[in-house]
Design a protein around this ligand. Structure first.
Ligand code: GDP
Length: 529
């Protein structure tokens, strides 16, 4: 197959949702369609079980799963589909944010009864910032839930989206009869008693057709006609360009558990979802069709076996082909590297591959050369943009608890930060280290891993910060900037890229800073360049 055809058949996306909305179940059904797995329960949930904070087996279990489900690839109707796993647990949100830099589109799963939940709001906000095309899947239609129109209103308001339904439920919960597929103009019936999905669909190009009454009954038929009419009046017609530019989000309804409405979603997805997209670097926009290889690291995974410190760096291929044993430039280190056993992913297995294409993910064995965000090219000195750090929500000093193991601690902290487990800030005034995390769970993960993988012990101490604000360094002669740094010196730090950060202790302090020192520019992600 030609290079262009290989690109055109690839769809790389992520599924995002609040925990329990049905992401794992949907992933599994999608893989079943691809024939990539043949039993239910094959995809492991990456969820953290309740009470996991003190259960370190759980942390290890979770890490194991997050390797095996990092990338799930399968073929369906000639398309190569790569699903990138996104942890739903809020303590791992940063991992998900980073993964979103490697997807070309996303599917958002919403629980019909619970509606839009907190984690979904946060993740969708990041997708909106990047104009990532999104499809919404409203799940668990076999249960009683909110009214479909109310739910779409909620999605628009809470998520700031403009939706248009491409399928619509006929009844819900006990009365759920099936789905009218607006996109394909057919009806798929949900078999009430057996609750089994018959795969056949009934074509209905015209809903006025009296056959409709015979199939779903008179009342539901009239209701459906009214609803579809209302939809055509209220919602914009689907427009692929609008969807691709992140301005319009199609909605599907179904029940992942019952494998209902999933085929409709998948069939539409492969038609409309974007092929591997161009990506901006610090020097130019790189197109997937370019023949020369380029890619970037969006995730690093430590080996589960502490005796083997090698890690797996996940690289998204942006352009060209990635070939085994061919030298590529590690731009940050300015050196050429060859990879003798790059891993590709298929369903839940990984295997060594000779060649991979744009949109694909390769897993590279790494002994500590890579950091998240690193760029690999065929020689061009450029760096891909777009893996900003967001402000952590928790801040603690890290102290060495075993003076004989200072080196081990430093190395361990360094490597865990490269993996993106948390963010490290060094206080300018005294050189003390502060670890910032999205969730409190990370502190226990770090402590545990430092001890078991690096033989180092640490303790924490509270640091009274509320938010990290990146500061654009100004002319050191600027009096206002000088005063700001002097007054806030206890809170001035550097991040791992040596960028200046103000660790503000409250929202009030941020506002006061902005008022008192208007020439000092504060940014809430590290990506202000
Ligand atoms: P995740 O946390 O988003 O990955 O959610 P899971 O896929 O693990 O699903 C959470 C729970 O919801 C599980 O008990 C599923 O069996 C259940 N579930 C998923 N889809 C459906 C559905 O369509 N209907 C019903 N009734 N339950 C579902």
């Amino acid at each position: 197959m030609s290079f262009e055809k290989e690109i055109a058949r690839r769809r790389t996306f992520g599924i995002i949702s609040h925990p329990d909305a049905g992401k794992t179940t949907l992933t599994e059904k999608l893989l079943l369609f691809g024939g990539a797995i043949n039993e239910a329960g094959a995809v492991k949930s990456n969820k953290i079980k309740k009470g996991a904070t003190s259960d370190f087996m759980e942390i290890e279990r979770q890490r194991g799963i997050s390797v095996s489900t990092s990338v799930l690839a399968f073929n369906y109707k000639e398309k190569k589909i790569n699903i990138l796993d996104t942890p739903g647990h809020k303590d791992f949100a940063e991992d998900t944010f980073r993964t979103l830099t490697a997807v070309d589109s996303v599917i958002v799963v919403v629980d019909v009864a619970k509606g839009v939940e907190e984690q979904t709001e946060k993740l969708v906000a990041v997708c909106r910032m990047r104009n990532i095309p999104m499809i919404v899947f409203i799940n668990k239609l076999d249960r009683e839930g909110k009214d479909a129109f109310d739910l779409m209103d909620e999605v628009e308001q809470k998520l700031g989206l403009q939706v248009t339904p491409l399928s619509f439920p006929i009844g819900m919960g006990y009365d759920f009869q099936g789905i009218y597929n607006i996109w394909e103009k057919n009806i798929n019936l949900f078999e009430g008693d057996s609750r089994k999905n018959i795969e056949e669909t009934i074509a209905f190009s015209d809903l006025q057709n009296p056959e409709l009454e015979k199939i779903i009954g008179e009342k539901p038929a009239n209701k459906l006609r009214e609803e579809i009419e209302l939809i055509s009046e209220v919602y914009p017609e689907f427009d692929r360009e609008q969807y691709l530019s992140g301005k319009l989000q199609p909605v599907f309804f179904g029940s992942a558990l019952n494998n209902f409405g999933v085929r409709e979603l998948l069939d539409c997805f492969i038609e409309i979802a974007p092929t591997p997209q161009p990506k901006a670097s610090d020097t130019r926009l790189v197109d997937s069709n370019e023949k020369k290889f380029s890619g970037f690291v969006f995730k690093i995974h430590a080996n589960m076996d502490p005796k083997h410190r090698d890690r797996l760096a996940f690289v998204k291929i942006v352009s060209g082909t990635f070939e085994r044993n061919k030298p590529y430039l590690h731009v940050r280190q300015g050196k050429n590297m060859k990879f003798s056993s790059p891993n590709a992913f298929f369903a839940e297995k990984k295997e060594i591959v000779d060649i991979s294409y744009p949109g694909d993910i390769v897993g590279l064995h790494d002994t500590g050369n890579f950091k998240i965000g690193d760029t690999l090219t065929e020689g061009e000195a450029m760096n891909f943009k777009g893996i900003p750090s967001f402000s952590p929500e928790h801040f603690r000093y890290i102290n060495n608890a075993d003076p004989l193991k200072a080196k081990q601690l430093e190395k361990g902290v360094d490597q865990l930060m490269d993996e993106g487990v948390a963010q490290l800030f060094t206080i300018e005034m005294n050189g003390r280290k502060v670890i910032g995390t999205v969730g409190a769970l990370q502190y226990e993960v770090i402590q545990y891993r430092l001890e078991h993988e690096y033989g180092a012990k640490c303790t924490y101490e509270n640091f009274p910060a509320y938010k990290a604000c990146w500061v654009l360094p100004d002319d050191p002669k600027n009096e206002e900037f000088k005063e700001f740094k002097r007054v806030k010196q206890k809170f001035m730090a550097h991040d791992k890229h040596n960028q200046l950060v103000f660790l503000a202790d409250s929202e009030f302090s941020i506002q006061m800073t902005q008022q008192k020192y208007p020439s000092v520019k504060l940014y809430f992600t590290s990506d202000y360049h």
